[in-house]
Design a protein around this ligand. Sequence first.
Ligand code: MEV
Length: 424
Amino acid sequence: MEKTSRIEGFYKLPMAERLKIVKTFADLTDEEAMALAGLGGADPSISDKMVENAVGSFHMPLGIAVNFRINDKDYLIPMAIEEPSVIAAASNSAKMARVKGGFWTSSTPPIMIGQVQLTGIKDPSRAKHVILERKHEILELANKQDPMLITLGGGAKDLEVRIIDTQKGPNVVVHLLVDVKDAMGANAVNTMAEAVAPLVEEIAGGRVYLRILSNLATHRLARARAVWEKEALGGEDVVDGVVEAYLFAEADPYRCATHNKGIMNGIDAVIIATGNDWRAIEAGAHSYAARSGSYKPLTIFEKTPDGDLAGTIELPMAVGLIGGATKVHPTARASIKLLGVKGAQELGEVAAAVGLAQNLAALRALATVGIQKGHMSLHAKNIVNSVGCPPELVDEVVRIIVAEKKVRMDRAKEVIEELKRKKT
Ligand code: MEV
C-alpha cells in the first residue's frame, strides 16, 4: 500500500504517538526513532568530533510537517525550528495543495562554483583568453585532487572567467564549475580552487588572493511549483490577497526581506534537521534574490485562468547527503531516512517545496486574518501550561482566553479555577 503523509489530527496526538507513526512511515529502527526524539542522540562526544572547544550541545525542537505530496510521492518532513506556527502552517499549506496534486519540482545538476581571484592584471582581457585556452590543463589539475568524486562521475567540468571592477582596478575571476554529486561540496571545491591557483597565476600573471567556493550557487538551483484551488484557500478573494501580498514584496525590499524570511522559515528548518549548512543556504537564497541588482521575492504568485493560485519558487540549493553533520549526527541521519530521499537533488527539491508552502501559508494569513491569530493559540498554550493547568483542561482554557483575546497568565489562572469549580 502506498504510504500517505495525510495524517488527520496528527497535532492532537501525544508526542510518543506521533513518533510511532513516523517510525512506521519510514521503517525507522528504535535507535533512529530515539535520535529523532533527541534521546540517545545526545552523546556529548559527537559535539567534540564536530567543533572545537565543545562543552555540550544545543537542542532545538524537531517537528514533522505532514500532508506533503511532491511529484506524486508522500513525504513526512522533519523540521528543526524554535518558532511556533511554522510547522503547522507548512502542513496546512501542503494539505490545501493536495487538492490539485501537491507539489512538482525540478533542479539543475549539483554544480558548485569555486572562485580564484587574480589581482594586479594590467591586461585582463588577454588574461581571460589565455586562461580559457588552457582550460583542459586547469580542469585536469583540479580533478587530480578528488579521485573519489571522479569515480562517482563528478569533478571539475568547466571553467568561466569573469572580469570584475574593484576599487583597485580589475580582477580576473576564474570560476571552476564542479559537479559535487551528493556532497554539499565545500571541501572538494575549496581544495580544487587552492590547487589550481598557482597554475592560473603562472598562466595569466598577476597575483592570486582568494580561492574559495561561492555560496551564490547559480548553477545548482532547486525549483518547486503548486496550484492551490481557490475554494481550498477560502475563495477568490484570498487568491487576490496572496497575489497582492506577492506584488508588495516584488515592489518593496522592506516587505521582500520579510517575505523571503518566511520562505526560509521552512527551508532552514529542513536544512537544519538534515544536518546541512543553513548559513550557506541563506547566503545563496538572499544573494540570488538580489541577482538582478534589486532585491526580489524567491517565489512568484499568479492567478490562473480558473481563478486558482499558482505559486513557484527557484533558489540555489547547496545541500548534501554525505559528509559533515549529515553523516555524523544521529538526528540528521534519521531525518534523512525519514525523508527517504534518493539523492541531494531530491532533498533540495523537497526543501524548495517546503519553502513555497511556508510562503503561501504566511501570505494567506497576512492577507486575511493576520498572522497573530495562529501565533496566539500556541502562545496561549504556553501561557496555560506555565500556570500549571491540569492537562485535561488545557484545550478548553486556551480556547476561552484566545476567544476573549486575553492571553495572559492572570486570566488563564482565573479560567482554570472557574472550570475546576464547574466540574466539581
Ligand atoms: C514570521 O517568522 C514570518 C512572516 O513574517 C513571513 C511574512 O511576513 O511573509 C510571517
